[in-house]
Design a protein around this ligand. Structure first.
Ligand code: RRO
Length: 308
């Protein structure tokens, strides 16, 4: 079955890819994604300077999900600007994830990365793990200022990676911002920020940074992810492509994201825990689900969720 999809005019050979942050920091990891069944190569969110990130342990996976406080370990934007043209040889889209500590960082990085010609730029407004730095996506005015500035320096299609929202009023307010600044796709959602996982035996937190607080991912966040995909699908009446992220463990989870309105999905926790073979498995499982349901493509079931 043809699992290809199109987002902001860019064709993806398959609708599954890594989530920013998952196995995508180094050249070796990015090239391995290129050789894998991933439908795109998404980079780790990049900052002005290279960063080692937060102290370890900073990622912990448990039965129903994961918690992380990586703290933006990355090679710095100049390294990714040099790498991106070389990643194009894999024949799949390259998505550059851009982060920063101030609006001017985002603008500087987006401008330079735009010149390296990734297929898409994903602006990360939702890193939950930098001590003292709020998630920009929870401040609609700051998000609008930042995105309007970035817009002026970028020519490739841009999208935003948003944090989860838990109130329709927040989704409506952000949708109006996104409409005004004319972003071309959405990635929903980043990890559910500032959760706390406790090891009762050790009477301890499981990660070191920020007293154990970190972003939750994996199976346990799927309903939150689906709700955000669905809410923004409805707010934009299906006009803005959405990449669904959160809780993709099986092909059926991919199908649920598609039903809610996603055009593609990103895989984080499952990819980190299982390795690149997760793409082969998820692809086979998705095809099996679609065939069983009588759908001939991912697009055929996009957004068709029945509301009772
Ligand atoms: O590096 C991280 O700690 C991190 C980032 Br930038 C992000 O966007 N989401 C996340 O869960 N971790």
């Amino acid at each position: 079955m043809d699992l290809s999809t199109t987002i902001a005019g860019v064709r993806f050979p398959r609708c599954l890819m890594n989530a920013a942050g998952a196995l995508c920091v180094t050249r070796e990891e990015l090239e391995a994604l290129g050789r894998s069944r991933a439908g795109a190569i998404v980079t780790k969110s990049m900052t002005l300077e290279a960063r080692r990130g937060n102290p370890e342990p900073r990622y912990y996976s448990f039965g129903s999900g994961s918690i992380n406080s990586m703290g933006l370990p990355n090679l710095g934007y100049l390294a990714y600007a040099a790498l991106i043209p070389q990643l194009r040889k894999f024949g799949k889209p390259v998505v550059a994830s851009v982060a920063g500590f101030a609006a001017r960082d985002f603008v500087q990085i987006a401008k330079a990365i735009n010149d390296s010609r990734p297929d898409l730029i994903e602006i990360n407004l939702s890193c939950p793990n930098i001590p003292g730095e709020p998630q920009i996506g929870y401040d609609a005015e700051a998000s609008e200022r930042l995105l309007s500035e970035v817009r002026t320096v970028v020519s490739v299609p841009i999208g935003v990676k948003l944090p989860p929202y838990f109130d329709p009023a927040h989704q409506e307010k952000m949708a109006k911002v996104l409409e005004r600044v004319e972003v071309q796709f959405l990635s929903l959602i980043n990890s559910v920020g500032n959760g706390l996982v406790v090891d009762a035996d050790r009477e301890s937190a499981v990660i070191k940074p920020k007293g154990g607080f970190g972003g939750l991912g994996g199976a346990l966040i799927k309903p939150v992810a689906l709700a955000n995909v669905r809410a923004f699908w409805r707010l934009f009446e299906g006009r803005l492509p959405i990449i669904g992220t959160g809780g993709i463990v099986t092909g059926s989870d991919v199908f649920e994201h598609l039903l809610c309105g996603a055009s593609a999905v990103q895989v984080g926790t499952t990819l980190v825990d299982e390795g690149l073979g997760a793409f082969d498995r998820l692809e086979q499982e998705l095809v099996a689900v679609l065939e069983k349901k009588g759908y001939t493509s991912p697009a055929a079931c996009r957004g068709v969720l029945k509301e009772l």
